[in-house]
Design a binder for this molecule. Sequence first.
Ligand code: FAD
Ligand code: 8R5
Length: 463
Amino acid sequence: MTPTRDDGRHITIIGAGLAGALLATLLARRGWRVDVYEKRGDPRRLGFERGRSINLALAARGRHALAQADAEDAVMARAVMMRGRMVHAADGRQQLQRYGRDDSEVIWSVHRDDLNATLLGLAGDAGAVVHFEHALDGVDFDARIARIRRLREDVVDEVPFQALVGADGAGSALRQAMAAHTKMDVRADMLDHGYRELEIPPGADGGFRIEPNALHIWPRGHYMCIALPNVEKTFTVTLFLPNQPTGMAGDDPNFAALADPADARAFFARDFADALALMPTLEADWAANPVGLLGTLTLDRWHLDGCAVLLGDAAHAMVPFHGQGMNCAFEDCVALARRLDGDADLAAAFAAFEAERRPNAEAIQRMALDNYIEMRDRVDDPHFVLQRALEQRLEARHPGRFVPHYSMVSFMRVPYAVALARSEVQRAILVAATAGHGSLDDIDWAAVDAQVLARLEPMEDAA
Ligand code: FAD
Ligand code: 8R5
Protein backbone atom coordinates (compact mmCIF):
# COMPACT_ATOMS: atom_id res chain seq x y z
CA MET A 1 0.00 0.00 0.00
CA THR A 2 2.69 2.51 0.95
CA PRO A 3 4.71 3.31 -2.16
CA THR A 4 8.36 2.42 -1.97
CA ARG A 5 10.88 5.18 -2.35
CA ASP A 6 13.34 4.85 -5.17
CA ASP A 7 15.27 7.00 -7.60
CA GLY A 8 12.60 6.78 -10.28
CA ARG A 9 10.27 9.63 -11.04
CA HIS A 10 7.57 9.42 -8.41
CA ILE A 11 4.95 12.00 -7.55
CA THR A 12 2.43 12.06 -4.71
CA ILE A 13 -0.75 13.99 -5.46
CA ILE A 14 -3.09 15.10 -2.68
CA GLY A 15 -6.71 15.19 -3.88
CA ALA A 16 -8.36 13.21 -6.69
CA GLY A 17 -10.87 15.92 -7.59
CA LEU A 18 -10.91 17.44 -11.06
CA ALA A 19 -7.30 18.61 -11.21
CA GLY A 20 -5.78 15.72 -9.23
CA ALA A 21 -7.39 13.08 -11.44
CA LEU A 22 -6.36 14.82 -14.68
CA LEU A 23 -2.79 15.45 -13.53
CA ALA A 24 -2.44 11.82 -12.37
CA THR A 25 -3.44 10.68 -15.87
CA LEU A 26 -1.07 13.06 -17.66
CA LEU A 27 1.93 12.12 -15.48
CA ALA A 28 1.29 8.37 -15.35
CA ARG A 29 1.13 8.36 -19.14
CA ARG A 30 4.49 10.07 -19.27
CA GLY A 31 6.05 7.27 -17.22
CA TRP A 32 5.83 8.77 -13.74
CA ARG A 33 4.87 6.56 -10.83
CA VAL A 34 1.85 8.32 -9.35
CA ASP A 35 0.11 7.87 -6.00
CA VAL A 36 -2.98 9.93 -5.27
CA TYR A 37 -4.54 10.31 -1.81
CA GLU A 38 -8.22 11.34 -1.77
CA LYS A 39 -10.19 11.84 1.40
CA ARG A 40 -13.57 10.99 -0.12
CA GLY A 41 -14.79 7.63 -1.35
CA ASP A 42 -14.58 6.52 -4.98
CA PRO A 43 -17.38 8.41 -6.80
CA ARG A 44 -17.69 5.44 -9.18
CA ARG A 45 -18.80 3.21 -6.29
CA LEU A 46 -21.21 5.58 -4.60
CA GLY A 47 -23.97 4.89 -7.13
CA PHE A 48 -27.34 5.99 -5.83
CA GLU A 49 -25.82 7.46 -2.69
CA ARG A 50 -24.30 10.18 -4.73
CA GLY A 51 -25.55 13.67 -4.32
CA ARG A 52 -27.49 16.05 -6.49
CA SER A 53 -26.60 16.83 -10.08
CA ILE A 54 -23.98 19.53 -9.92
CA ASN A 55 -22.90 20.82 -13.28
CA LEU A 56 -20.05 22.93 -14.53
CA ALA A 57 -19.45 24.96 -17.66
CA LEU A 58 -16.62 23.51 -19.75
CA ALA A 59 -14.93 25.83 -22.25
CA ALA A 60 -12.06 25.63 -24.75
CA ARG A 61 -9.25 25.68 -22.20
CA GLY A 62 -10.74 22.77 -20.30
CA ARG A 63 -11.55 20.84 -23.46
CA HIS A 64 -8.02 21.22 -24.74
CA ALA A 65 -6.60 19.92 -21.45
CA LEU A 66 -9.01 16.97 -21.49
CA ALA A 67 -7.91 16.16 -25.05
CA GLN A 68 -4.29 15.88 -23.79
CA ALA A 69 -5.51 12.95 -21.68
CA ASP A 70 -7.78 11.55 -24.45
CA ALA A 71 -10.74 12.31 -22.19
CA GLU A 72 -12.46 14.85 -24.42
CA ASP A 73 -14.71 12.53 -26.43
CA ALA A 74 -16.07 10.66 -23.41
CA VAL A 75 -16.84 13.92 -21.64
CA MET A 76 -18.38 15.62 -24.68
CA ALA A 77 -20.67 12.63 -25.29
CA ARG A 78 -22.58 13.66 -22.16
CA ALA A 79 -22.31 17.44 -22.40
CA VAL A 80 -25.14 19.88 -23.11
CA MET A 81 -24.35 22.78 -25.44
CA MET A 82 -24.91 26.31 -24.16
CA ARG A 83 -24.98 28.78 -27.06
CA GLY A 84 -25.38 31.92 -25.04
CA ARG A 85 -26.99 33.66 -22.14
CA MET A 86 -30.77 33.48 -21.98
CA VAL A 87 -31.53 36.68 -20.12
CA HIS A 88 -34.84 36.64 -18.22
CA ALA A 89 -35.95 40.22 -17.56
CA ALA A 90 -38.09 41.13 -14.56
CA ASP A 91 -41.13 41.44 -16.83
CA GLY A 92 -40.71 37.81 -17.93
CA ARG A 93 -39.30 38.59 -21.39
CA GLN A 94 -36.41 36.37 -22.57
CA GLN A 95 -33.58 37.18 -24.91
CA LEU A 96 -30.72 34.97 -26.07
CA GLN A 97 -27.35 36.73 -26.22
CA ARG A 98 -25.02 34.48 -28.15
CA TYR A 99 -21.59 33.88 -26.65
CA GLY A 100 -19.82 33.47 -29.99
CA ARG A 101 -20.18 33.85 -33.73
CA ASP A 102 -21.80 30.45 -34.34
CA ASP A 103 -22.16 26.98 -32.82
CA SER A 104 -18.40 26.46 -32.95
CA GLU A 105 -18.15 29.09 -30.20
CA VAL A 106 -20.23 27.72 -27.31
CA ILE A 107 -19.68 26.37 -23.80
CA TRP A 108 -20.80 23.00 -22.44
CA SER A 109 -22.59 21.93 -19.29
CA VAL A 110 -21.05 18.77 -17.81
CA HIS A 111 -21.87 16.73 -14.73
CA ARG A 112 -19.17 17.08 -12.06
CA ASP A 113 -19.34 13.51 -10.70
CA ASP A 114 -19.43 12.00 -14.21
CA LEU A 115 -16.42 14.04 -15.23
CA ASN A 116 -14.53 13.07 -12.09
CA ALA A 117 -15.40 9.39 -12.62
CA THR A 118 -14.21 9.50 -16.25
CA LEU A 119 -10.89 11.05 -15.22
CA LEU A 120 -10.39 8.55 -12.37
CA GLY A 121 -10.94 5.69 -14.81
CA LEU A 122 -8.28 7.10 -17.13
CA ALA A 123 -5.87 7.71 -14.24
CA GLY A 124 -6.21 4.07 -13.16
CA ASP A 125 -5.81 2.83 -16.75
CA ALA A 126 -2.61 4.84 -17.05
CA GLY A 127 -1.20 3.16 -13.95
CA ALA A 128 -1.78 5.80 -11.27
CA VAL A 129 -2.81 4.39 -7.89
CA VAL A 130 -5.65 6.27 -6.20
CA HIS A 131 -6.02 5.68 -2.45
CA PHE A 132 -9.59 6.65 -1.55
CA GLU A 133 -10.65 7.57 1.98
CA HIS A 134 -7.07 8.63 2.70
CA ALA A 135 -6.65 12.22 3.91
CA LEU A 136 -3.49 14.29 4.22
CA ASP A 137 -3.12 15.21 7.89
CA GLY A 138 0.31 16.84 8.03
CA VAL A 139 3.75 16.93 6.45
CA ASP A 140 7.34 16.72 7.70
CA PHE A 141 8.98 18.54 4.78
CA ASP A 142 12.54 18.07 6.06
CA ALA A 143 12.18 14.29 6.33
CA ARG A 144 9.88 14.19 3.27
CA ILE A 145 7.24 12.23 5.12
CA ALA A 146 3.50 12.83 4.65
CA ARG A 147 1.09 11.84 7.41
CA ILE A 148 -1.85 10.18 5.69
CA ARG A 149 -4.93 9.22 7.69
CA ARG A 150 -6.81 6.09 6.59
CA LEU A 151 -10.28 7.34 7.38
CA ARG A 152 -12.01 3.95 7.71
CA GLU A 153 -9.57 2.65 10.30
CA ASP A 154 -8.66 6.08 11.68
CA VAL A 155 -4.98 5.16 11.47
CA VAL A 156 -2.22 7.53 10.39
CA ASP A 157 0.55 6.19 8.13
CA GLU A 158 3.89 7.89 7.59
CA VAL A 159 4.31 7.93 3.83
CA PRO A 160 7.67 8.93 2.31
CA PHE A 161 7.51 11.13 -0.80
CA GLN A 162 9.77 12.69 -3.39
CA ALA A 163 7.44 15.57 -4.14
CA LEU A 164 3.88 16.49 -3.21
CA VAL A 165 1.34 18.15 -5.48
CA GLY A 166 -1.57 19.84 -3.69
CA ALA A 167 -4.70 19.36 -5.78
CA ASP A 168 -6.79 19.30 -2.62
CA GLY A 169 -9.08 22.21 -3.36
CA ALA A 170 -9.90 25.54 -1.72
CA GLY A 171 -9.48 24.19 1.83
CA SER A 172 -6.10 22.60 0.95
CA ALA A 173 -4.44 20.67 3.79
CA LEU A 174 -1.13 20.78 1.92
CA ARG A 175 -1.32 24.58 1.72
CA GLN A 176 -1.88 24.71 5.48
CA ALA A 177 1.11 22.46 6.08
CA MET A 178 3.29 24.61 3.79
CA ALA A 179 2.17 27.83 5.51
CA ALA A 180 3.02 26.31 8.91
CA HIS A 181 6.49 25.34 7.71
CA THR A 182 7.55 28.41 5.78
CA LYS A 183 6.71 32.09 5.49
CA MET A 184 3.82 32.28 3.07
CA ASP A 185 1.25 35.02 2.57
CA VAL A 186 -2.22 33.48 2.16
CA ARG A 187 -5.07 35.92 1.53
CA ALA A 188 -8.74 34.93 1.42
CA ASP A 189 -10.96 37.77 0.21
CA MET A 190 -14.46 36.56 0.91
CA LEU A 191 -17.35 37.96 -1.08
CA ASP A 192 -20.29 39.27 0.94
CA HIS A 193 -22.49 37.14 -1.31
CA GLY A 194 -23.13 33.41 -1.07
CA TYR A 195 -25.08 30.92 -3.18
CA ARG A 196 -27.71 28.25 -2.83
CA GLU A 197 -28.45 25.42 -5.30
CA LEU A 198 -32.00 24.58 -6.36
CA GLU A 199 -33.49 22.48 -9.13
CA ILE A 200 -35.83 22.60 -12.10
CA PRO A 201 -37.04 19.00 -12.73
CA PRO A 202 -38.06 17.68 -16.18
CA GLY A 203 -41.52 18.62 -17.46
CA ALA A 204 -44.58 16.33 -17.41
CA ASP A 205 -43.52 15.00 -20.85
CA GLY A 206 -40.08 14.13 -19.49
CA GLY A 207 -38.36 16.92 -21.47
CA PHE A 208 -36.56 20.14 -20.59
CA ARG A 209 -38.89 22.76 -19.13
CA ILE A 210 -36.97 25.70 -20.63
CA GLU A 211 -34.54 26.16 -23.53
CA PRO A 212 -31.86 23.50 -22.98
CA ASN A 213 -29.06 25.01 -25.05
CA ALA A 214 -28.44 28.11 -22.97
CA LEU A 215 -27.08 29.34 -19.68
CA HIS A 216 -30.10 31.05 -18.14
CA ILE A 217 -29.65 34.26 -16.18
CA TRP A 218 -32.25 36.16 -14.16
CA PRO A 219 -30.37 39.43 -13.49
CA ARG A 220 -31.81 41.53 -10.68
CA GLY A 221 -29.24 44.24 -10.02
CA HIS A 222 -27.59 43.30 -6.74
CA TYR A 223 -28.26 39.57 -7.07
CA MET A 224 -29.22 36.95 -9.66
CA CYS A 225 -30.26 33.40 -10.41
CA ILE A 226 -28.66 31.21 -13.05
CA ALA A 227 -29.57 27.78 -14.45
CA LEU A 228 -27.41 25.24 -16.32
CA PRO A 229 -28.93 22.24 -18.14
CA ASN A 230 -28.20 18.60 -17.25
CA VAL A 231 -28.40 15.58 -19.59
CA GLU A 232 -31.14 14.25 -17.26
CA LYS A 233 -33.29 17.15 -18.57
CA THR A 234 -33.17 18.95 -15.26
CA PHE A 235 -31.55 22.33 -14.59
CA THR A 236 -29.34 23.14 -11.65
CA VAL A 237 -30.40 26.61 -10.49
CA THR A 238 -28.09 28.74 -8.39
CA LEU A 239 -29.24 31.83 -6.49
CA PHE A 240 -26.43 34.32 -5.73
CA LEU A 241 -27.42 36.78 -3.00
CA PRO A 242 -25.82 38.87 -0.20
CA ASN A 243 -25.35 36.82 2.97
CA GLN A 244 -26.40 39.64 5.31
CA PRO A 245 -28.30 42.93 4.97
CA THR A 246 -26.07 45.32 3.00
CA GLY A 247 -27.52 48.38 4.71
CA MET A 248 -28.80 49.99 1.53
CA ALA A 249 -32.07 51.84 1.83
CA GLY A 250 -35.30 50.06 0.94
CA ASP A 251 -35.40 46.58 -0.42
CA ASP A 252 -32.37 44.57 0.73
CA PRO A 253 -32.90 40.80 0.35
CA ASN A 254 -30.24 38.50 1.83
CA PHE A 255 -29.83 34.90 2.96
CA ALA A 256 -30.02 35.74 6.67
CA ALA A 257 -33.47 37.29 6.16
CA LEU A 258 -34.67 34.25 4.20
CA ALA A 259 -34.02 31.57 6.80
CA ASP A 260 -37.50 30.13 6.41
CA PRO A 261 -38.28 28.30 3.12
CA ALA A 262 -41.70 30.02 3.07
CA ASP A 263 -39.92 33.40 2.96
CA ALA A 264 -37.81 32.07 0.10
CA ARG A 265 -40.99 31.26 -1.84
CA ALA A 266 -42.35 34.76 -1.30
CA PHE A 267 -39.03 36.25 -2.45
CA PHE A 268 -39.03 34.09 -5.61
CA ALA A 269 -42.70 34.92 -6.28
CA ARG A 270 -41.80 38.58 -6.32
CA ASP A 271 -38.43 38.54 -8.13
CA PHE A 272 -38.24 35.27 -10.07
CA ALA A 273 -41.90 34.44 -10.73
CA ASP A 274 -41.27 32.66 -14.06
CA ALA A 275 -38.51 30.52 -12.52
CA LEU A 276 -40.57 29.74 -9.42
CA ALA A 277 -43.30 28.25 -11.60
CA LEU A 278 -40.73 25.65 -12.73
CA MET A 279 -39.47 24.78 -9.25
CA PRO A 280 -41.93 22.55 -7.37
CA THR A 281 -39.27 21.50 -4.84
CA LEU A 282 -38.11 25.01 -3.91
CA GLU A 283 -38.84 24.70 -0.18
CA ALA A 284 -37.28 21.24 0.12
CA ASP A 285 -34.18 22.30 -1.86
CA TRP A 286 -33.90 25.46 0.22
CA ALA A 287 -33.98 23.50 3.47
CA ALA A 288 -31.67 20.72 2.27
CA ASN A 289 -28.90 22.76 0.64
CA PRO A 290 -26.55 24.96 2.64
CA VAL A 291 -25.45 28.44 1.59
CA GLY A 292 -22.08 28.15 -0.15
CA LEU A 293 -19.25 30.63 0.44
CA LEU A 294 -17.52 32.54 -2.34
CA GLY A 295 -14.09 34.09 -2.31
CA THR A 296 -10.75 34.73 -3.95
CA LEU A 297 -7.64 33.07 -2.59
CA THR A 298 -4.23 34.55 -3.39
CA LEU A 299 -0.84 33.24 -2.27
CA ASP A 300 2.55 34.87 -2.70
CA ARG A 301 4.09 31.51 -3.53
CA TRP A 302 2.79 28.20 -4.80
CA HIS A 303 5.79 25.96 -4.20
CA LEU A 304 8.33 24.90 -1.60
CA ASP A 305 11.64 24.21 -3.38
CA GLY A 306 11.32 20.88 -5.17
CA CYS A 307 9.33 19.47 -2.30
CA ALA A 308 5.74 20.61 -2.82
CA VAL A 309 3.61 22.63 -5.23
CA LEU A 310 -0.05 23.72 -5.29
CA LEU A 311 -2.42 24.01 -8.23
CA GLY A 312 -6.11 24.46 -9.00
CA ASP A 313 -8.34 25.80 -6.22
CA ALA A 314 -5.66 25.02 -3.60
CA ALA A 315 -3.49 27.72 -5.20
CA HIS A 316 -6.04 30.20 -6.55
CA ALA A 317 -9.71 29.57 -5.68
CA MET A 318 -11.84 32.18 -7.42
CA VAL A 319 -15.42 33.40 -7.50
CA PRO A 320 -17.46 31.42 -10.05
CA PHE A 321 -18.78 34.19 -12.27
CA HIS A 322 -16.68 33.46 -15.33
CA GLY A 323 -17.16 29.68 -15.10
CA GLN A 324 -13.38 29.26 -15.30
CA GLY A 325 -12.27 27.63 -12.00
CA MET A 326 -12.12 24.12 -13.45
CA ASN A 327 -10.95 25.32 -16.86
CA CYS A 328 -8.06 27.17 -15.21
CA ALA A 329 -7.25 24.20 -12.93
CA PHE A 330 -7.09 21.93 -16.02
CA GLU A 331 -4.76 24.41 -17.76
CA ASP A 332 -2.55 24.28 -14.64
CA CYS A 333 -2.32 20.48 -14.97
CA VAL A 334 -1.13 20.63 -18.57
CA ALA A 335 1.39 23.34 -17.71
CA LEU A 336 2.79 21.44 -14.71
CA ALA A 337 3.05 18.16 -16.62
CA ARG A 338 4.93 19.96 -19.39
CA ARG A 339 7.37 21.56 -16.92
CA LEU A 340 7.95 18.26 -15.13
CA ASP A 341 8.70 16.63 -18.46
CA GLY A 342 11.11 19.28 -19.55
CA ASP A 343 13.17 19.74 -16.40
CA ALA A 344 14.97 17.07 -14.42
CA ASP A 345 15.20 19.43 -11.45
CA LEU A 346 11.88 19.51 -9.59
CA ALA A 347 12.59 22.85 -7.92
CA ALA A 348 13.23 24.47 -11.31
CA ALA A 349 10.11 22.86 -12.79
CA PHE A 350 7.90 24.06 -9.92
CA ALA A 351 9.37 27.57 -10.09
CA ALA A 352 8.82 27.77 -13.85
CA PHE A 353 5.27 26.47 -13.45
CA GLU A 354 4.48 29.09 -10.82
CA ALA A 355 6.05 31.88 -12.87
CA GLU A 356 3.95 30.88 -15.88
CA ARG A 357 0.64 30.34 -14.11
CA ARG A 358 0.41 32.73 -11.13
CA PRO A 359 -0.04 35.94 -13.20
CA ASN A 360 -2.66 34.21 -15.31
CA ALA A 361 -4.55 32.85 -12.30
CA GLU A 362 -4.61 36.36 -10.81
CA ALA A 363 -5.94 37.74 -14.11
CA ILE A 364 -8.87 35.31 -14.32
CA GLN A 365 -9.61 35.86 -10.62
CA ARG A 366 -10.10 39.55 -11.38
CA MET A 367 -12.13 38.94 -14.53
CA ALA A 368 -14.35 36.54 -12.55
CA LEU A 369 -15.13 39.23 -9.98
CA ASP A 370 -15.92 41.73 -12.75
CA ASN A 371 -18.24 39.28 -14.49
CA TYR A 372 -20.58 39.18 -11.47
CA ILE A 373 -21.49 42.82 -12.05
CA GLU A 374 -21.94 42.16 -15.76
CA MET A 375 -24.20 39.13 -15.19
CA ARG A 376 -26.35 40.45 -12.38
CA ASP A 377 -26.69 44.08 -13.47
CA ARG A 378 -25.53 44.90 -16.98
CA VAL A 379 -26.82 42.15 -19.30
CA ASP A 380 -30.28 43.70 -19.60
CA ASP A 381 -29.07 47.29 -19.80
CA PRO A 382 -29.61 48.82 -23.31
CA HIS A 383 -26.23 50.54 -23.23
CA PHE A 384 -24.49 47.24 -22.48
CA VAL A 385 -26.42 45.55 -25.29
CA LEU A 386 -25.26 48.33 -27.63
CA GLN A 387 -21.62 47.87 -26.59
CA ARG A 388 -21.97 44.14 -27.12
CA ALA A 389 -23.37 44.76 -30.63
CA LEU A 390 -20.43 47.04 -31.40
CA GLU A 391 -18.04 44.40 -30.08
CA GLN A 392 -19.50 41.91 -32.56
CA ARG A 393 -19.27 44.37 -35.45
CA LEU A 394 -15.65 45.17 -34.63
CA GLU A 395 -14.84 41.47 -34.43
CA ALA A 396 -16.18 41.08 -37.99
CA ARG A 397 -14.30 44.18 -39.22
CA HIS A 398 -11.01 43.19 -37.52
CA PRO A 399 -10.87 39.42 -37.20
CA GLY A 400 -7.94 38.27 -35.08
CA ARG A 401 -7.36 41.79 -33.85
CA PHE A 402 -10.54 42.85 -32.03
CA VAL A 403 -11.64 39.66 -30.25
CA PRO A 404 -14.52 40.06 -27.75
CA HIS A 405 -13.58 39.65 -24.10
CA TYR A 406 -15.79 36.62 -23.58
CA SER A 407 -14.30 34.90 -26.63
CA MET A 408 -10.71 35.38 -25.47
CA VAL A 409 -11.57 33.82 -22.11
CA SER A 410 -13.87 31.02 -23.24
CA PHE A 411 -13.02 30.10 -26.84
CA MET A 412 -9.30 30.78 -26.99
CA ARG A 413 -6.30 29.71 -24.97
CA VAL A 414 -4.36 32.97 -25.00
CA PRO A 415 -2.96 33.51 -21.50
CA TYR A 416 -5.59 35.02 -19.20
CA ALA A 417 -3.26 37.95 -18.45
CA VAL A 418 -3.16 38.79 -22.17
CA ALA A 419 -6.96 38.52 -22.37
CA LEU A 420 -7.30 40.90 -19.42
CA ALA A 421 -4.90 43.49 -20.84
CA ARG A 422 -6.51 43.45 -24.29
CA SER A 423 -10.01 43.56 -22.80
CA GLU A 424 -9.17 46.74 -20.94
CA VAL A 425 -8.09 48.46 -24.16
CA GLN A 426 -11.14 47.16 -26.02
CA ARG A 427 -13.50 48.25 -23.24
CA ALA A 428 -12.12 51.80 -23.48
CA ILE A 429 -12.70 51.81 -27.25
CA LEU A 430 -16.28 50.52 -26.82
CA VAL A 431 -17.13 53.03 -24.10
CA ALA A 432 -15.73 55.97 -26.07
CA ALA A 433 -17.38 54.93 -29.34
CA THR A 434 -20.86 54.41 -27.87
CA ALA A 435 -20.89 57.41 -25.49
CA GLY A 436 -24.02 59.42 -26.25
CA HIS A 437 -25.21 56.93 -28.89
CA GLY A 438 -28.47 54.98 -28.76
CA SER A 439 -27.71 52.80 -31.79
CA LEU A 440 -24.86 51.86 -34.11
CA ASP A 441 -26.39 53.84 -37.00
CA ASP A 442 -24.37 56.99 -36.47
CA ILE A 443 -21.07 55.45 -35.33
CA ASP A 444 -17.98 57.08 -36.83
CA TRP A 445 -16.52 53.86 -38.21
CA ALA A 446 -13.36 55.44 -39.59
CA ALA A 447 -12.47 56.82 -36.16
CA VAL A 448 -13.23 53.56 -34.37
CA ASP A 449 -11.28 51.49 -36.91
CA ALA A 450 -8.31 53.82 -36.46
CA GLN A 451 -8.44 53.27 -32.70
CA VAL A 452 -8.52 49.51 -33.14
CA LEU A 453 -5.57 49.52 -35.53
CA ALA A 454 -3.53 51.88 -33.37
CA ARG A 455 -4.14 50.22 -30.02
CA LEU A 456 -4.44 46.49 -30.72
CA GLU A 457 -1.85 44.21 -32.32
CA PRO A 458 -3.11 41.16 -34.25
CA MET A 459 -3.23 38.10 -32.02
CA GLU A 460 -2.96 34.37 -32.51
CA ASP A 461 -4.38 31.61 -30.40
CA ALA A 462 -2.06 29.20 -28.62
CA ALA A 463 -0.95 26.29 -30.79
P1 FAD B 1 -11.58 20.04 -6.30
O1 FAD B 1 -12.26 19.65 -7.55
O2 FAD B 1 -12.32 20.73 -5.23
O3 FAD B 1 -10.83 18.76 -5.74
C1 FAD B 1 -10.17 18.72 -4.49
C2 FAD B 1 -10.14 17.28 -4.01
O4 FAD B 1 -9.26 17.18 -2.90
C3 FAD B 1 -11.50 16.79 -3.55
O5 FAD B 1 -11.80 15.57 -4.16
C4 FAD B 1 -11.33 16.67 -2.04
O6 FAD B 1 -12.13 15.63 -1.48
C5 FAD B 1 -9.87 16.37 -1.92
N1 FAD B 1 -9.27 16.71 -0.62
C6 FAD B 1 -9.49 17.82 0.13
N2 FAD B 1 -8.76 17.80 1.25
C7 FAD B 1 -8.05 16.65 1.22
C8 FAD B 1 -7.12 16.06 2.12
N3 FAD B 1 -6.75 16.64 3.26
N4 FAD B 1 -6.58 14.86 1.78
C9 FAD B 1 -6.92 14.24 0.62
N5 FAD B 1 -7.82 14.76 -0.27
C10 FAD B 1 -8.38 15.96 0.04
N6 FAD B 1 -15.52 25.87 -12.68
C11 FAD B 1 -15.69 26.02 -14.02
O7 FAD B 1 -14.69 26.06 -14.75
N7 FAD B 1 -16.93 26.11 -14.56
C12 FAD B 1 -18.05 26.05 -13.80
O8 FAD B 1 -19.16 26.17 -14.32
C13 FAD B 1 -17.92 25.86 -12.40
N8 FAD B 1 -19.02 25.71 -11.62
C14 FAD B 1 -18.86 25.43 -10.30
C15 FAD B 1 -19.99 25.14 -9.55
C16 FAD B 1 -19.88 24.89 -8.18
C17 FAD B 1 -21.11 24.57 -7.37
C18 FAD B 1 -18.60 24.96 -7.56
C19 FAD B 1 -18.45 24.75 -6.07
C20 FAD B 1 -17.47 25.22 -8.32
C21 FAD B 1 -17.58 25.44 -9.70
N9 FAD B 1 -16.46 25.64 -10.51
C22 FAD B 1 -16.60 25.79 -11.86
C23 FAD B 1 -15.10 25.63 -9.94
C24 FAD B 1 -14.49 24.24 -10.00
O9 FAD B 1 -15.33 23.30 -9.39
C25 FAD B 1 -13.15 24.22 -9.31
O10 FAD B 1 -12.36 25.31 -9.73
C26 FAD B 1 -12.42 22.93 -9.60
O11 FAD B 1 -13.16 21.83 -9.08
C27 FAD B 1 -11.03 22.94 -8.99
O12 FAD B 1 -10.45 21.67 -9.08
P2 FAD B 1 -9.48 21.15 -7.95
O13 FAD B 1 -9.09 19.77 -8.36
O14 FAD B 1 -8.45 22.18 -7.69
O15 FAD B 1 -10.37 21.07 -6.63
N1 8R5 C 1 -20.14 28.01 -9.44
C1 8R5 C 1 -20.60 29.82 -15.29
C2 8R5 C 1 -20.38 31.52 -16.71
C3 8R5 C 1 -20.37 32.85 -17.36
C4 8R5 C 1 -21.76 33.14 -17.85
C5 8R5 C 1 -21.91 34.44 -18.58
C6 8R5 C 1 -21.19 31.93 -14.35
C7 8R5 C 1 -22.46 27.83 -9.22
C8 8R5 C 1 -21.08 27.87 -7.28
CL1 8R5 C 1 -22.06 32.19 -11.84
C9 8R5 C 1 -21.48 31.27 -13.18
C10 8R5 C 1 -20.74 31.19 -15.42
O1 8R5 C 1 -21.06 35.33 -18.48
O2 8R5 C 1 -22.94 34.56 -19.28
N2 8R5 C 1 -20.02 30.39 -17.34
O3 8R5 C 1 -20.15 29.34 -16.48
C11 8R5 C 1 -20.86 29.13 -14.11
C12 8R5 C 1 -21.31 29.88 -13.04
O4 8R5 C 1 -21.61 29.36 -11.82
C13 8R5 C 1 -21.40 27.98 -11.48
C14 8R5 C 1 -22.42 27.07 -12.06
C15 8R5 C 1 -21.34 27.93 -9.97
C16 8R5 C 1 -19.99 27.98 -8.09
C17 8R5 C 1 -22.32 27.79 -7.85
